[in-house]
Design a protein around this ligand. Structure first.
Ligand SMILES: [Zn+2]
Length: 58
C-alpha cells in the first residue's frame, strides 16, 4: 500500500470506522487522526514527513 493510498484510506483497522481528525498541536502543525472508539491513532508530522501510528490512544 503506497503513501497516497494510505492517506485515502483513513479507517480504523479494527472496527473500520472513519478516523476523526483533530489538530491539537497547532504550533507544530501535527495532524492527529484517531478512531472514535480509541482503537487506533495516527499522527502526521509535516515537518518530518512522517506518520506515527499507535494501536491505542492514551
Ligand atoms: Zn476502531
Amino acid at each position: 500500500m503506497n503513501v497516497l493510498k494510505r492517506l485515502m484510506y483513513e479507517k480504523c483497522p479494527k472496527c473500520n470506522k472513519k478516523l476523526e481528525t483533530s489538530k491539537s498541536h497547532i504550533i507544530n502543525a501535527v495532524v492527529i487522526k484517531s478512531c472514535p472508539e480509541n482503537h487506533f491513532q495516527r499522527e502526521y508530522h509535516p515537518a518530518l514527513e512522517t506518520y506515527i501510528e499507535s494501536d491505542k490512544v492514551g
